[in-house]
Ligand binder design. Structure first.
Ligand code: ZN
Length: 281
């Protein structure tokens, strides 16, 4: 059964289209209040989601204090240059294996949180984010989806100055300022999608369409990424993979984020992030 997992004010919740339900109350199990515990129990979430219509909701999603649906992952992987269109606009050659970096988990933010800008060359990157649900190492491509609890939406906000301070470029810190990893609004189970390998993503800045892509165009697909990363690191429930961004980023347009800009990111089935940029604080 499909489910949508949210984090409402620090507590795990299941969501339907418009409402949320406190997960621990729903299950009668206090240990499910922690979203990190909940994401490791996807089978139970699916069962509980099937019974949501039988009880009154705890609140409306559009009025809920949504936090990152996965607040404390052990690992947050980023994948660079994973769309041909984006590799082309940056002038980079296609990587022979997934170009992997880390976003430190402290950069994660909620779906409507402000983003304090660290400089004058800060950029947007809308991305599908994979949420691991089952521990594994050396995971085969053929079973990789069974290790995925669900999918969410993210922005891999990037300070291009910090990213390119030296040669070769380093990605980790320029993409890890506080607030540079908004995710959400919910984690959606993979069986919610007509095809989890073909999801449309868009990014608007102040209402102007900047990015419009589909994950069918990924160079390294979700199963390939899960298999590759697990050949090095044991993957744990809640680990995140930012899968790369399609074309249309600011650095290719020589346009960067400014205080007051509003970034609206949308993914089919998952929903939207809406983040306002603010001066560095
Ligand atoms: Zn990225």
């Amino acid at each position: 059964m499909p489910f949508r997992l949210a984090n409402v004010g620090g507590r795990a919740a299941l969501a339907d289209a418009d409402h949320w339900y406190d997960l621990a109350d729903l299950a009668g199990d206090a240990s499910l209040a922690d979203p990190m515990a909940a994401v490791a129990r996807a089978d139970e979430l699916a069962t509980l989601a099937a019974g949501l219509g039988d009880r009154p909701p705890d609140g409306r999603l559009d009025a809920a204090p949504l936090r990152p649906p996965i607040p404390r992952p052990q690992k947050v992987f980023g994948i660079g240059l994973n769309y041909r269109s984006h590799a082309a606009e940056t002038g980079a050659s296609l990587p022979p294996a997934p170009l992997t970096f880390t976003k430190f988990p402290s950069c994660l933010a909620g779906s409507t949180d402000d983003i304090p800008l660290s400089g004058d060359r800060v950029d947007w990157e809308v991305e599908l984010v994979v949420v691991i649900g089952r521990r594994g190492r050396r995971i085969g491509r053929d079973v990789a989806w069974s290790h995925v609890a669900g999918l969410t939406l993210g922005q891999d906000i990037s300070d291009r100055t910090v990213q390119r301070l030296g040669t070769p470029a380093q990605f980790c810190l320029g993409k890890s300022f506080d607030g540079y990893g908004p995710i959400g609004p919910v984690v959606v189970s993979t069986d919610s999608f007509p095809d989890p390998d073909d999801i449309g993503l868009t990014c608007d800045v102040n209402g102007e369409r900047m990015q419009d892509g589909r994950t069918a165009d990924l160079i390294f697909s979700v199963p390939e990424l899960v298999s590759y990363l697990s050949s090095v690191c044991t993957l744990e429930p809640g680990d995140l993979v930012f899968t790369g961004t399609p074309s249309g980023v600011g650095v290719a347009r020589d346009r960067f984020l400014q205080p007051g800009d509003v970034i609206t990111s949308t993914a089919e089935v998952i929903g939207s992030l809406r983040n306002r940029c603010t001066p560095f604080a």
